[in-house]
Design a protein around this ligand. Structure first.
Ligand SMILES: *Cc1c(COP(=O)(O)O)cnc(C)c1O
Length: 388
């Protein structure tokens, strides 16, 4: 399949790398191979490149460069924040999170629960929102950390993270947010409005950067216990020689994300809204999943009643369209989306849902063509089920 015919509506799974990002990292994959820890100037070049990238990420998040810790991915950032909190105090081994988190939190939480930690799983309503009163009641003297995502990868629903952080802070408990889907799509300013956030996770490949690099923001007043031990890299917070080209890439991607944020909010939102409203208007028995008023500008999760979303994916794939039936990490398994189930949806409704997620690389022409193909596919499947 040629790239030109591909319509990529799965930007919450991963994103196209920006050519400017690849260009920025290229020297560090080739001639600038110095070790940032080396004392000579050749090493210092690499160290300077990493520090520049740290500054670029800090700029996007509105924090200080020293609060940026480079990791290998969003998953590592999430695991690291919770592990750090749990190693702080043996008498605080209670974790609070939600039922709609990414598997990078859910699976870790399940593992911790088997290892003797107590985990409270906060449920959500049919819009995908948690109950802040329930959260407040769940916090105990032995709670080590609360982790709640900024934006849901399946529905795009935004949690009121500032409010959550303030509640958690008032109980003197640490707060982590998985902001992988929010960074670059909604404004984040850690220095001001959200100063009660202790840890925040970022992933490069959701941000037009290559896969395999992430960031954990660690508030400068928050203690962090490393779990990778060795050299003193990353201010002693994460040993291991820095992945210089990928740090540079993420820095560049962060700077570009800042520049394109307004575009994401207007042009990408317009594409999403156009696609969504035309699906609802022209395809019968369709509904949007989740809180439409508090949602990422690029995501729509839509139920097509009576349709098996896996069958739609297959037919769309044949037509060169990429989208998702729930989270990428659970695709291939027969389990319906844990997010939609947590919202109280039946297994059938969850199995009839598709997620379309857009980016600055999508066009109005793609939306038109995608809609046409989608209408054809849904019509075909409905006629087949009528005939059966
Ligand atoms: C993709 C994603 C992750 C995992 O990030 P990786 O870099 O792929 O490990 C975590 N949380 C959310 C919400 C995501 O969408």
């Amino acid at each position: 399949m040629s790239d030109a015919s591909l319509i990529y509506f799965d930007n919450n799974a991963t994103t196209k790398t920006d050519p400017a990002v690849v260009k920025a990292m290229m020297p560090y994959l080739t001639e600038e191979y110095g070790n940032p820890s080396s004392a000579y100037r050749f090493g210092k070049h690499a160290a300077e490149a990493v520090e520049r990238a740290r500054g670029q990420v800090a700029q996007l998040l509105g924090c200080e460069p020293k609060e940026i810790l480079f990791t290998s991915c969003g998953t590592e950032s999430n695991n690291a924040a919770i592990n750090s909190a749990l190693t702080m105090d043996p008498d605080r081994q209670h974790v609070i999170t939600t039922r709609v988190e990414h598997s990078a939190i859910i699976k870790h939480g399940e593992w911790l629960a088997k290892r003797g930690c107590e985990v409270t799983w906060l449920g959500v309503d049919e819009k995908g929102q948690i109950d802040l009163k329930e959260l407040e009641r769940a916090i105990r003297p032995d709670t080590a950390i609360v982790s709640a995502m900024w934006a849901n990868n399946e529905t795009g629903v935004l949690f009121p993270v500032e409010e959550i952080a303030a509640i958690v802070h008032s109980k003197r408990v640490l707060f982590h947010t998985d902001a992988v889907q929010a960074v670059g799509k909604v404004p984040i300013n850690l220095a001001h409005a959200h100063s009660h956030i202790n840890f925040l996770s970022v992933s490069g490949h959701k941000l037009h950067c290559p896969k395999g690099v992430g960031v954990l923001y660690v508030n400068r007043r928050t203690r962090f216990n490393p779990y990778l031990m060795g050299g003193g890299q990353e201010h002693g917070k994460r040993a291991g020689t820095e992945n210089v080209p990928y740090c540079v890439a993420l820095g560049e991607a962060a700077e570009l994300a800042g520049k394109h944020m307004a575009h994401e909010d207007h042009a990408v939102r317009a594409l999403r809204d156009d696609f969504e409203s035309k699906v609802l208007e022209t395809i019968q028995d369709t509904h949007v999943n989740g809180d439409r008023d508090h949602r990422l500008p690029n995501t729509t999760s839509i139920v097509f009643e009576g349709i098996d979303s896996e069958a739609v994916l297959l037919l769309l794939d044949q037509a060169g369209i990429c989208c998702s039936a729930g989270s990428a990490c659970t695709t291939g398994s027969v389990h319906p989306s844990h997010v939609l189930k947590a919202m109280g949806f039946s297994t059938e409704r969850a199995r009839s849902s598709l997620r379309f997620s857009f980016s600055r690389y999508n066009t109005a022409a793609e939306v038109e063509r995608g809609l046409e193909i989608l209408r054809g596919v849904i019509g075909k499947l409905r006629r087949m089920s009528m005939a059966a």
